[in-house]
Ligand binder design. Structure first.
Ligand code: FAD
Length: 400
């Protein structure tokens, strides 16, 4: 289904992945340092801002183009796969779609020079229920003053560009009171990076707290006004569908990378006088791994197909992310099993992929919350477990 250009793009990504990125993966995991050297090579190769329109200096590529790069990177290094997501999707997609001309130029300039933007939504008291956020943006004269605390912010401390969500109106739990703002870390007083989380996997990517302490922004920083022409937070969630497909693609790449290694090892490791791939117990495991990988790829590419400059359909994106993230946990674990004790050793790198894969049923919408989204779509109504369902239920209880 790929075009000649896409095959060529994938080959270029594969060459960088199998060379530099693969050689650095273990060290990045051990040191837990963000791989700036890899970022420099990706930027040079045009893998940062691949999806930014050409008129802003970007690659003008599609979601699927970015996925091809993400998949190749994630096959050898989950952290690099995630960098490729954030350098092309998430905040990049939101700003390029909803931003003013100045905001687009600002974002393009930073991303094309190697800045992976950060998105600040989650708070200690507002995870899955993101619209319970309490970070405030108070209008004072011609300025917004932000106060609040976010946590689990990917890239906090390395990212310059921040897309921040804060409450402009008081109504707790109501998404219409939330607005999106753009801030550049080093140029904004009152944006403070807090404690870094020690994580199970994806260790070269910092996850940390971000605090806003009387942080002043001008109205030109407003990306998604609340209750304005746009739908504020709801618009961000539309843009987030592309991020979900990206996250699923990292999970896919991790599964593929682990499977390819397990397949190769099963043909050289001998026990009972024959290669272990001759045993039916392992043959069926390998077959199941390949079936699951192909199914995930079908769902992910399908969600991205035909989106052009738009976002993937929420139902297709949710299905693909749930399946790919759960598939990656199973497949990386099975790959470790094929390697026996060697897989359990930190020397081989399969255990790193198991740890890395574990994240994707949590970040960017948990598997449970996405299942609820899928169910509400296929049933065609709001469910009590969703935000809209909770509000409807509360209103009904109040009126009776
Ligand atoms: P909770 O919401 O407390 O959920 C706990 C459990 O309850 C989960 O199993 C969940 O599925 C379940 N649950 C909750 N509500 C329901 C329901 N209605 N029905 C059924 N089950 C439910 N956030 C950002 O803003 N920016 C980032 O860059 C970012 N990066 C992240 C990177 C990593 C590595 C991780 C792990 C998280 C990141 N997050 C980020 C935060 C992430 O979006 C949240 O972790 C996620 O939304 C879940 O919130 P929570 O962890 O507070 O879990």
């Amino acid at each position: 289904m790929l075009s000649d250009d896409q095959y060529a793009l994938r080959e270029r990504a594969r060459a960088l992945a199998r060379g530099h990125v693969a050689a650095r993966a273990t060290e990045v995991d051990n040191s837990e340092d963000y791989p700036w050297d890899t970022v420099a090579r990706m930027t040079e190769a045009g893998f940062f801002g691949l999806t930014i329109p050409k008129r802003y200096g970007g690659g003008g590529g599609s979601t699927l183009d970015a996925m091809l790069v993400i998949e190749e990177m994630a096959k050898v290094c989950g952290v690099t796969g995630r960098i490729a997501v954030e350098a092309n999707m998430g905040a990049v997609s939101a700003i390029m779609t909803y931003g003013t001309e100045d905001q687009r130029r600002l974002a393009a300039g930073l991303v094309l020079s190697g800045d992976k933007p950060a998105i600040c939504i989650t708070e200690p008291g507002a995870g899955s229920a993101a619209t319970d956020m309490t970070t405030r943006a108070d209008k004072c004269g011609n300025r917004y003053v932000l106060n609040g605390a976010k946590h689990w912010i990917t890239g906090a401390g390395v990212s310059k560009l921040h897309l921040i969500f804060a409450r402009v109106f008081d109504d707790k739990g109501e998404e219409e009171g939330i607005a999106g703002f753009i801030a550049v870390r080093e140029e904004t007083l009152g944006l403070r990076i807090g404690k870094r989380e020690p994580t199970m996997g994806l260790r070269g990517m910092p996850e940390a707290e971000v605090f806003f302490e009387d942080m002043e922004l001008t109205p030109s920083a407003l990306l998604l006004p609340p209750r304005g022409l746009r739908k504020g937070f709801a618009d961000l969630m539309e843009a987030y569908n592309v991020q979900r497909v990206g996250a699923g693609t990292v999970a896919l790449g991790l599964a593929e990378g682990a499977y390819e290694q397990a397949l190769a090892y099963s043909q050289v490791r001998e026990q009972f006088g024959r290669p272990i791939c001759e045993f039916q117990g392992l043959q069926w495991m390998l077959a199941d791994m390949s079936i699951q990988i192909e199914a995930a790829r079908g769902l992910l590419y399908g969600a991205a197909a035909g989106t052009g400059e738009g976002f993937p359909d929420p139902l297709a994106a949710a299905r693909a992310k749930v399946f790919a993230s759960e598939m990656a946990i199973r497949v990386t674990n099975d790959a470790l099993q094929v390697f026996g004790a060697k897989g359990y050793s930190r020397a081989v790198g399969i255990e790193r992929m198991v740890r890395d894969a574990r994240m994707f049923t949590i970040g960017g919408g948990t598997a449970q919350v996405l299942r609820t989204l899928i169910a509400s779509r296929i049933l065609g109504r709001k469910l009590p477990q969703t935000r809209a369902g909770h509000l409807e239920l509360a209103a009904r209880e109040e009126s009776t």
